[in-house]
Design a protein around this ligand. Structure first.
Ligand code: FES
Ligand SMILES: [Fe+2]
Length: 318
């Protein structure tokens, strides 16, 4: 029976670093609820400027700390009875109207890293600590590169389906209007955690066809950078994060930038084109199912390699 729910293979949440918010959307003193990995959190920025992520529900009577909660120094204060929780440890450090802090007055504090314009947390299905990291991208803090263009959207599909898109060369022909399937080579680094795919692409321009390289780096299922850097001293960068909200709901956050010396000539057009290109995938993502055992053909070799690579990021067999 061709019913979407029945044909769907449930994939679990993958382990790794996942963005929870753009840095620019969390000012000092901001407190907000976050829902990702099927769980509820409070995200806040302390007076010292640290982004903190705690489990949402107050151990007292269960209020959501992200709803009307308030930053007090390095803590967040529950709106219901004023208990304060340390951002770093999640422990209750102050109940303003009583001396003794009861045992168990704490919530889980999640690992947070802030870099490349995003706030990240580490998710692991077995609650194991981080065993790999991801780099700062120099372009994102370089004054010779343009101001970041950002956007985000949600899709009713598993995070792997969106992340996989970079490794599906054939779809560029049918969904994005590429003239041919680009030849692609694959590299693995850092014990296989970093996956790099390089495609030789020919772009049609008013001055004729221009060949360039598309270099995609991926760090787990939450992070990818796509670079176009064939012009010496100039470049374009597309940084994308995909984070699971629920098993089959994903939020995708994007940062685009171009080096200042090309931003006015090709950069703006290119970034516009990329944003439109990403939107071309959304109708597919919005209606597809997960196939655990897809029938692949020879041209799907990069896709098959990607599916072998992703297995390491799951705590259960996929
Ligand atoms: S529910 Fe949070 S302080 Fe009472
Ligand atoms: Fe695509």
């Amino acid at each position: 029976m061709a019913v979407r729910e029945l044909q769907h293979t449930e994939l679990p949440f993958p382990n790794g670093w996942f963005a929870v918010e753009f840095s620019k959307n969390l000012a000092v003193g901001d407190v907000k609820p976050v829902h990702q990995f099927g769980e509820d959190f409070v995200l806040f920025r302390t007076r010292c400027g640290k982004a903190r992520l705690l489990d949402a529900y107050c151990p007292h009577l269960g209020a959501h700390l992200g709803v009307d909660g308030r930053v007090m120094g390095e803590t967040v204060r529950c709106a219901f009875h004023g208990w304060q929780f340390e951002g770093e440890t999640g422990k209750c450090s102050c109940i303003p109207y009583t001396e003794r802090i009861p045992a168990g007055a704490e919530v889980r504090a999640w690992e947070v890293q802030e870099k490349n314009g995003l706030i990240f947390t580490w998710y692991h299905a077995e609650q194991k600590p981080p065993d790999w990291d991801f780099p700062e991208l120099p372009e994102l803090s370089d004054p010779d590169w343009s101001e970041h263009r950002t956007f985000e959207f949600e899709m009713p599909t598993h995070v792997q389906n969106m992340n996989e898109n970079n490794n599906d060369p054939v779809h560029f022909l049918y969904v994005h209007g590429a003239p041919e399937v680009p030849p692609t080579t694959l590299h693995y680094e850092d014990n296989g955690r970093v996956y790099q795919a390089i495609s030789e692409v020919v772009k049609q321009t008013p001055d004729g066809p221009v060949p360039f390289k598309l270099v995609r780096d991926m760090w787990g299922l939450g992070l990818a950078a796509v670079r176009f850097n064939d012009i010496p001293g100039a470049g374009l960068l597309m940084y994308s994060s995909t984070s699971p909200i629920e098993r089959n709901r994903t939020v995708s956050r994007w940062i685009l930038t171009a080096s200042n010396n090309v931003v006015d000539t090709v950069g703006e057009d290119f970034m516009d084109g990329l944003m439109k290109g990403i939107m071309q995938d959304t109708n597919i993502w919005g209606h597809m199912i997960n196939r655990a055992q897809p029938i692949l053909c020879d041209a799907d070799a990069p896709l098959a390699a990607y599916r072998r690579w992703v297995k390491q990021f799951y705590s259960e067999p996929v």
